[in-house]
Design a protein around this ligand. Structure first.
Ligand code: ZN
Length: 198
């Protein structure tokens, strides 16, 4: 039997399902929520539901957005000729912090034969659709510097280069096997600056 009252146990259990939240942190968060006001608890619950309900995928770049197309795709200040291809929405945030002023394309995953994830399971088709006119001059492959990210970059390079579009890969100097979101801003900016043509 749990030492917690059942509603608390349930909250701890739900919180512990979140990435990076272990049982101890879940317990700390749960007690923090319970000791707060009813209003604070409602605000939190409401924010979670609203974020889930009101967030959609941009029909152009597949990033998470409230408006479609997203503010990045519709921004007049961005270079429409450069698309940085990344695995996840959180990578857009990481790269945008470096001051990158092009567009993005979010694949929502990476090719991983071991896990049974092929090109049809990530947003490759949507990327190719964006390359049908002559607007895009360069594709920067910003997939993670690990096995899956490299395999995805190689696959995309083979697919896109024959279209006559310059394909570059973000330089290393990034820790191999790492996840883009954990790479610091300066390293990321350098990796972007030092990108090489494939
Ligand atoms: Zn977009």
């Amino acid at each position: 039997m749990s030492v917690y009252a059942r509603p608390i146990a349930r909250l701890v259990e739900e919180l512990a399902k979140l990435p990076g939240i272990g049982p101890k942190t879940a317990q700390r968060l749960a007690f923090h929520i319970i000791s707060g006001t009813r209003e604070a608890a409602e605000d939190l619950a409401e924010a979670i539901v609203q974020a889930k309900e009101k967030t959609i995928y941009c029909s152009v770049c597949s990033n998470l957005t409230e408006a479609d197309p997203c503010p990045i795709c519709t921004s007049p200040g961005r270079d429409q000729g450069v698309i940085c291809v990344v695995e996840e929405p959180k990578d857009v945030i990481a790269i945008d912090r470096t001051g990158f002023k092009g567009l993005y394309h979010v694949l929502h995953g990476a090719i991983s034969p071991i896990d049974g994830i092929g090109p049809g399971d990530i947003r490759v088709k949507e990327l190719l659709q964006r390359l049908q006119d002559d607007t895009v001059q360069e594709i920067i492959l910003g997939t993670d510097p690990n096995v899956e990210g490299e395999a995805t970059a190689m696959y995309l390079a083979r697919l896109i280069k024959p279209l006559g579009i310059k394909v570059t890969r973000m330089a290393h100097g990034m820790p191999v096997g790492s996840d883009l979101e954990y790479v610091d801003e300066v390293t990321l900016a350098k990796a972007l600056e030092g990108r090489r043509e494939l």
